[in-house]
Design a binder for this molecule. Structure first.
Ligand code: URA
Length: 205
């Protein structure tokens, strides 16, 4: 991790820009190489991420790993982060149930995402789900119409796709088709890998 990312991470650890810090265990900052060509932006940490302090280490993360591998992308070459860096949840007995962050939470967290974007300067960004896409592309963005299509955004390529949690919520009989569609979108992302990364993009399976 670069010095810049390191100091951002330390500053974000005591962020009180919105009220989410009060109930969450910790800030879950992004992870990955500062030289990554690709930044994946999710929504917010889940229960597991909140406990472990790292992005995409729970069930959605495992599914994301499968999809990345099938698309020919190594998780180690990616900088993974979220639009919101504290877990928003509501309690149901002992359980903490995910609650979608509000626009105000995304806005309050934006300086951290902007800091990560400036420090990593990835050639390609892929947004996972509506919250991340709207954070960068505006509230009018609709995933169903535009997923998997690269667009130019602030001098880099951005590819919106669905969130891996959406696949976990898909009825079992349609889950494999939904996963194939995520893999296809990530294969489009893999096709944008710059030559400087030194890796070839294998055809996706
Ligand atoms: N969902 C997200 O959007 N991000 C995580 O880190 C985990 C689950």
């Amino acid at each position: 991790m670069s010095d810049t990312l390191d100091s951002l991470r330390r500053a974000a650890a005591s962020c009180t820009n919105c009220e989410l810090y009060a109930d969450a265990t910790r800030t879950v900052f992004g992870e990955g190489p500062a030289s990554a060509w690709l930044m994946l932006v999710g929504e917010q940490p889940g229960d597991r991420e909140d406990r472990e302090g790292a992005p995409f280490v729970g069930p959605a993360g495992r599914l994301l790993d499968t999809a990345l591998e099938r698309a020919g992308i190594d998780r180690d070459e990616v900088y993974l982060t979220n639009a919101v860096k504290h877990f928003r949840f509501e309690r149901d007995g002992n359980r903490r149930l995910h609650k979608t962050p509000a626009v105000g939470h995304v806005r309050a967290c934006r300086p951290w995402l902007d800091g990560e974007l400036a420090a990593v300067a990835p050639e390609v960004i892929a947004t996972l789900g509506a919250t991340a896409a709207k954070a960068l592309l505006g509230s009018g963005f609709r995933i169903t119409a535009d997923r998997g299509r690269p667009r130019e955004w602030e001098d880099r390529q951005l590819v919106p796709t669905v969130h891996p949690s959406a696949i976990l919520r898909t009825p079992p009989e349609r889950r494999s088709e939904a996963l194939d569609a995520l893999v296809a979108d990530l294969a489009v992302v893999a096709g944008l890998r710059p030559a400087r990364s030194g890796r070839a993009t294998p055809p996706h399976r």
